[in-house]
Design a protein around this ligand. Sequence first.
Ligand SMILES: [Zn+2]
Length: 208
Amino acid sequence: MYTEVLNSNVLVLNKLWQITDVCSVKRALCLVYLEHAEIVLEKGGSFYTFGFEDWKDFSEGFSKEDDFISTISFKLKIPRVIILLLYDKLLPREVKFTRRNIYRRDNNTCQYCGKKLKTEQLNLDHVLPLSRGGKNTWNNVVCSCLRCNFRKANKTLSEAKTSLIRKPKKPSWKIFVKHSFSEFMKHQDWKEFIDLAYWNIELEEDKD
Ligand SMILES: [Zn+2]
């Protein structure tokens, strides 16, 4: 339970108050303690920021137990949003080349026929088949429905007389932050920021 709380997500804003990342409660508290970030709280439409000591004092005024981390000498309310003071963003992260992330990138959509399907109705397809020298890369692996996958088999695009609905490439991790928004919505404190920042989030495109 305790570990679960420490690993739960905190929304990270950059100096421009744009959503830039999510991190664990543990990391958020570290950043605040090191004065790299402040905790943000929305109250009555205004936003307040707290340093570590201020947050400690502020936490004293609450009695609800489940939303707290308790130490021997003090308790801390779990932060839900922090704002970075020193950096515009955390270090860029690599999106791992995983099945799940390829499905996410392609939005569970067959890249040949454009049908959006359930995960179990999709498969991964090598645009240039492995047997023809194709590689396991973001640029060569796409989501495909079972039918298209079967039809294409070991052929190249031109041999199979088919084409891709879009050119596959490595996604930016920021897109994945956006994808997690539905999960964020359960935290009351985040709603304000989602509403404000959803349309402003920077979706960086990677160079091919
Ligand atoms: Zn298809």
